[in-house]
Design a protein around this ligand. Structure first.
Ligand code: SF4
Length: 367
């Protein structure tokens, strides 16, 4: 068996890497890979878009968005020249909207600094907005065959189990160790294929819970299987703190129109549109809401405010936040100072604006 490379893991025995891992995983991949439009292509732009979409999105959901996105923005220039609002509209419902803003910004950088040609060097790819080490390695290896190992959540799991690595994957030491381990397994002549095979193997075979180890081609080499610790790996050290937030939206109807504002600041849904919002520290009653200072600022000079409906409380879970929202439909005869400062939109045209999935669900409920 030919020795390919050698690496070490603190607190573990030395690993001897040989090509058998890569060969077996690639063989498995050739027989099991899903047929996806970003596979088997070497267009760095499309690979980049697919990787960004798939960062926080399941393949099934991401596929539809990918096809729509590259249909409208087929290359770097068309994306760079688009309006940010339109880019966000094409992203609507995918969440993590900073991904779309970064794609847009990076496309403009490629046009301004690289003459519209997608950069070929790893360090240049890594310099683009929203591109981290994982994405840069994916683009560099899939599009150009450069020998950079990709380490995504699936690869962490596969490596942790194959080599029974107990260093937490979210610790600095773990990140270094897994990066080194992944790189040591990479056959430089087949970098792109190996990387795709590793990720697909984690996504379909070495799944988070109850993987089918009995029929796994890597079982004879798998340390976690041998030690009976598959379910305990990979190890994570931190649990993300979840913050609860309470959003009270006002769907204001005034003379056949409603009002939208654009979210700004470094917060969730930046760049998307939303109805006027009062955020409170806890869930409060409608009476409390209508005597809140912010309510006075919003409607103080708008005359009588007639409450027509209140939506059920809607819970929306983001990575580190749980948002509890309700939509209060109110009717006013005239827009006061605050409402007049917002975007006035005819009632049938709200869907022209990019909004969060939460607001979109409310709009769907109106239909
Ligand atoms: S034997 Fe089980 S845990 Fe080990 S690589 Fe295969 S599927 Fe994963």
């Amino acid at each position: 068996m030919p020795v390919f490379n050698r690496g070490e893991c603190p607190g573990h025995s030395q690993y001897i890497m040989d090509t058998i891992y890569s060969e077996k995983i690639i063989a498995w991949y050739m027989g099991h890979k899903r047929d996806l439009p970003w596979r088997g292509i070497d267009d760095p732009y499309r690979i980049w878009v697919s990787e960004i979409i798939l960062q926080q999105t399941r393949v099934n959901q991401g596929l539809e968005y990918y096809l729509r996105f590259v249909g409208r923005f087929p290359d770097v220039r068309s994306l760079a020249e688009a309006d940010e609002d339109e880019v966000l509209k094409y992203w609507q419902g995918l969440g993590y909207y900073s991904r779309a803003r970064n794609l847009h910004r990076a496309a403009q950088t490629i046009v301004a600094d690289f003459g519209g040609v997608f950069p070929h060097e790893y360090k240049d790819i890594l310099s683009l907005s929203g591109v981290g080490e994982y994405t840069a390695a994916a683009i560099a290896s899939f599009a150009y065959g450069l020998p950079y190992a990709t380490v995504d959540g699936n690869v962490y799991r596969v490596l942790a189990r194959l080599f029974s690595v107990t260093v937490p994957i979210d610790s600095p030491a773990g990140k270094r160790e897994f990066a080194r381990l992944a790189q040591s397994l990479l056959p430089s002549a087949r970098a792109g294929l190996h990387n795709q095979a590793m990720m697909e193997f984690g996504a379909l075979q070495c799944v988070p819970s109850s993987p089918d180890c009995i029929r796994c081609p890597l079982q004879p080499q798998c340390k976690a299987f041998e030690q009976g610790v598959v379910a305990q790996l990979p190890v994570k050290s931190q649990r993300a703190k979840v913050q609860d937030r309470y959003f009270n939206y006002f769907y204001v109807i005034c003379d056949g129109c409603t009002f939208l504002q654009k979210r700004t600041g470094d917060d969730v849904w930046k760049g998307l549109y939303e109805f006027p919002l009062i955020e409170t520290e806890r869930q409060i009653s409608l009476d409390e809401l209508m005597t809140d200072r912010q309510f006075g600022r919003m409607f103080g000079d708008a005359g009588e405010v007639e409450v027509q409906a209140i939506s059920p409380l809607m819970k929306h879970v983001l990575s580190h936040r749980r948002i509890f929202a309700r939509f209060v439909t109110v009717h006013v005869r005239q827009a006061g100072t605050f409402l007049a400062s917002l975007l006035r939109v005819p009632l049938g045209e709200v869907d022209r604006y990019a909004v969060s999935r939460l607001t979109d669900m409310f709009l769907e409920s109106l239909e």
